[in-house]
Design a binder for this molecule. Structure first.
Ligand code: UD1
Length: 421
């Protein structure tokens, strides 16, 4: 199993480019199921989850071409099966995103239930509730969701919890339904907006994305389209947090500062000087130690749960005491125990972590537990004294493209090894 060996060596400094957003690419790849005409996607990040989604679609009979590393051309005209098997779904919960498009376009879907995951129960009841409201017949059997509908009907759907993939699944289902659908208390994440943009390019009629009410007018058919995936705000934020933690100075290009408002505010509170342009963000700590920040995670435009672990790592080395409250997922502090192994001072009480910053952390062997937790461990290791070995970094490969190369470009000493000599 691959590991990272990281030698803490001072401030990160330099310039790197952000890639396309994983969480936008995944639903958009699934949107190809809605049409018999080709969908061309650019700025697709080359990540394990994207590969898994490609495999999932290919085993259904979708043709997936890779003209280059970041482009995909998908053609679902020859689809042969509407089954998403457990082997693929269990490695990536986002596989549930094929459910809405399959029922809408093919009249049926058989998708393995994702089951529990490392960061909490994460049910899909709201996805199913919405499809039922649109007239689908849903049964659960053998660990699978079976959904059937000759033709979905538009409906008014009120989410009692804000769900990102739930909103995306039902938005995709609604574009081919008979009549109008209103999604109320919809997720406002930029990735939802990017999916809506792609669907509109395919001929869908959607308004209100980016607000809590999305109105979709069903159309008969979608057509060929081309779409560029938006930049990854979490990848961008992770490198900024790494720079802040190591007292560095970095410039991230090919990004969009407008996607990171809540994160930039926290970095500024930590003492970073931030300068932004249309497609870049510069962060400069002027060599100073970060100040601890308080935050609670919230649906967009609040502070994203996917950046919580990285800011916790920063707080571990900051001046003062920072409190982090996780309100989205019930079990998302697993990185805390690993950070303790590096000498951090963290007290977890329920969904709140109280972090007292230390002047230094010291290297130790540690283990990644999920995607964003692994990012926080890398950040802490970059700032720790000595050589840290991080195990199970396959989590990292789900969401960060070329992380070693990008960090090395900022001056980090990081290498990937498959066994330790
Ligand atoms: C998406 C993101 C993930 C991010 C999360 C929250 C993708 C592929 N993943 O995950 O990176 O951390 O949003 O921003 O985009 N819930 C229910 N019932 C449901 C669905 C969700 O109770 O049917 C609850 C969840 O348990 C959780 C909350 O709603 O407590 C938010 O989850 P949700 O927004 O659905 O997360 P994902 O879409 O899975």
């Amino acid at each position: 199993m691959d590991k990272f060996v990281i030698q803490g060596n001072g401030p990160l400094s330099g310039e790197i480019a952000a890639g396309g957003a994983k969480n936008a690419a995944l639903p958009i790849l699934c949107a190809s199921l809605l049409s018999d005409a080709p969908l061309t996607l650019t700025n697709v990040p080359n990540l394990r989850d994207v590969g898994t989604t490609g495999q999932l679609l290919e085993q259904m009979g979708v043709r997936v071409e890779h003209p280059d590393a970041h482009t995909r051309v998908l053609d679902a005209s020859g689809i042969t099966t509407c089954v998403a098997p457990y082997e693929l779904v269990r490695t990536m919960r986002a596989s549930i995103l094929v459910l809405g498009p399959l029922v809408a376009a093919r009249g049926e879907a058989h998708v393995s239930l994702p089951g529990g995951c490392a960061i909490g129960a994460r049910p899909v009841d709201l996805h199913l509730m919405g499809l039922k409201a649109m007239g689908a017949e849903i049964t659960l059997e053998g660990g699978f969701v079976h959904a059937k509908a000759q033709k979905l009907k538009g409906a008014r759907i009120v989410f009692d919890t804000v769900t990102v993939t739930g909103t995306e699944n039902l938005m995709m289902a609604a574009v081919l339904a008979d009549g109008d659908t209103m999604l109320e208390n919809a997720a406002r994440e930029p990735e939802v907006v990017d999916l809506a943009r792609c669907l509109r390019a395919m001929g869908a009629k959607i308004v209100g994305d980016g607000t809590t009410t999305i109105h979709i007018q069903g159309v008969k058919k979608l057509h060929a389209a081309e779409h560029r995936v938006l930049p990854d705000r979490i990848e961008t934020g992770t490198y900024l947090a790494a720079a802040a933690t190591t007292r560095g100075k970095v410039r991230i290009t090919h990004t969009d500062p407008g996607l990171l408002d809540a994160v930039l505010v926290k970095l500024q509170q930590a003492g970073a000087i931030i300068r932004t342009g249309l497609d870049f963000i510069e962060l400069d700590m002027h060599g100073a130690r970060p100040k601890a920040v308080n935050l609670h995670t919230m649906p967009h435009p609040g502070f994203p749960t996917d950046m919580q672990a990285q800011i916790m790592a920063m707080n571990c080395l900051a001046e003062g005491v920072g409190t982090i409250r996780e309100t989205i997922f019930e079990n998302r502090f697993m990185h805390a125990n690993e950070l303790l192994r590096l000498g951090a001072d963290i007290r977890v009480e329920g969904n709140t972590a109280i972090i007292t910053g230390k002047a230094r952390l010291t290297a130790a062997p540690i283990m990644a537990t999920d995607l964003r937790a692994s990012a926080s461990l890398v950040i802490a290791a970059l700032a720790a004294d000595g050589e840290t070995i991080i195990d199970r970094i396959y989590h990292m490969d789900r969401g960060y493209e070329h992380i070693e190369q990008k960090l090395a470009a900022l001056g980090a000493q990081i290498r990937r090894v498959d066994k330790l000599l």
